[in-house]
Design a protein around this ligand. Structure first.
Ligand SMILES: Cc1cc2nc3c(=O)[nH]c(=O)nc-3n(C[C@H](O)[C@H](O)[C@H](O)COP(=O)(O)OP(=O)(O)OC[C@H]3O[C@@H](n4cnc5c(N)ncnc54)[C@H](O)[C@@H]3O)c2cc1C
Length: 366
């Protein structure tokens, strides 16, 4: 039986293990953490990702623990709509996007893994070009080696040398809140160099996220900073922040990878953030990792050269990463004249045009 050796037990690594197992391969997952865990935050899964989950046999289970996203759009800080998504047309055209808690998705992926295939507490220190992987418990190898070890990937060095992630110019906060009242329409609010968004989760809690232009590594005082920055914005933002718990606030600077020249070297392939860490503006990072998993397993099982995976995945993921970066650049505009023009343009774009523009991202089929 051929074997897939997977480095990293995040969303991408676990999905890849399931995808190879379904193709009849032996799998081994090396994960440095002592236990599989995810950060306490929401995750939007678009219809393209749901098709990938269907291909992994998990679509129904995931849908049952998620919530369909409601009507959405972009507002200014006073609450006036700048743009509204044509949710009905989007649903009819592409399918329903869903929102899920990250821990729930990871739990479902973990549960679907074949027994005794996950080796936690295994930190990979080197991946040699011949496919030998050195880790804290010795060495392992496989017929295909998959680097699913995230933005600071060790495996990436064996594929394309050292490539440093670059700072996007903005930082992000995430927090899951138990609201005191229903929050209604979800969506984002764009200010000057700052954004705030929220979306309901299946259990009634609300996932909130926010961004602000800051130098890389700038310290944050968590909830106090969020309240300072966003506490006077439109309802329900102040009440969501009032209900938030400081200890639950996650804070990360947003980094992305420059476009790699290849995702594959010999028997080694990169997936997910190891290959194409992108800014979160399109909510597609994990969605693309799920697509990668399905395509890589299909290519490997058909005994095709892994360059086929590279050819299929690299243009698509790099197109999506570039789009996401552009949305972030527009969303984070800070000067008053630029924001004035941006908001005026947003008001003029018909929702049908927005919906159509998403076709190259959402139209993916397995
Ligand atoms: C603020 C924010 C919001 C986002 N929102 C969305 C969203 O709504 N929708 C969406 O689709 N995406 C979203 N994303 C992107 C998404 O989180 C990532 O793209 C996705 O989690 C990447 O999964 P991964 O498995 O490739 O990498 P990771 O989740 O980084 O997993 C890598 C795994 O490898 C392990 N590892 C690392 N190094 C080693 C080593 N040397 N040895 C062994 N194991 C190792 C790590 O412990 C980890 O478990 C968001 C990202 C951010 C920052």
């Amino acid at each position: 039986m051929p074997k897939a050796l997977i480095i990293g037990g995040g969303i991408g690594g676990l999905a890849t293990a399931i995808a190879f197992d379904r193709q009849g391969w032996e799998v081994e997952v090396l994960e440095k953490a002592a236990a599989i865990k995810e950060v306490g935050a929401g995750l939007s899964l678009w219809p393209n990702a749901i098709r990938a989950l269907d291909a992994l046999g998990l679509g129904e289970r995931v849908r049952a623990r998620a919530i369909e996203e409601g009507s959405a759009g972009i507002r200014n800080s006073r609450g006036a709509w700048l743009s509204r998504a044509d949710t009905e047309t989007m649903r009819a055209r592409y399918g329903n996007p869903i929102m899920i808690h990250r821990a729930d998705l990871l739990d479902m992926l973990h549960t679907a893994l074949p027994h005794n295939t996950l080796r936690t507490g295994s930190t990979v220190t080197e991946v040699r070009p011949d496919g030998t992987v050195t880790h804290s418990h010795g060495t392992s190898t496989g017929d295909v080696i998959i680097g699913a070890d995230g933005i600071h990937s060790i495996a990436r060095r064996a594929v394309c040398g050292v490539v440093e992630p670059r700072y996007s110019g903005y930082t992000a906060w995430r927090v899951v809140v138990s609201p005191t009242a229903p929050v209604g329409d979800l969506g984002e609010t764009w200010g000057r160099g700052e954004r705030f968004g929220y979306a309901g989760l299946a259990d009634g809690r609300v996932y909130c996220f926010a961004t602000a232009n800051t130098p890389a590594g700038a310290p944050s005082d968590g909830l106090a900073e969020l309240r300072r920055r966003f506490g006077t914005w439109h309802d329900p933002i102040p009440s969501l922040l009032a209900a938030a718990d400081d200890a639950a606030v996650l804070h990360n600077d947003i980094y992305e990878l420059p476009a790699l020249t290849t995702y594959v070297a010999g028997r080694i392939a990169l997936i997910g953030d190891a290959a194409h860490a992108m800014t979160p503006n399109l909510g597609q990072g994990a969605c693309q990792a799920l697509e990668d998993a399905v395509v890589l397993a299909r290519v490997a099982a058909a005994d095709e050269d892994l360059t086929r995976y590279d050819a299929e995945r690299r243009p698509r993921t790099q197109m999506i990463a570039a789009r996401s970066g552009r949305i972030g650049a527009v969303g984070q505009l800070a000067s008053a004249p630029a924001v004035f023009i941006r908001n005026a343009v947003l008001r003029l774009i018909p929702s049908s045009a927005q919906s159509k523009a998403l076709a190259p991202v959402l139209d993916w089929e397995c």
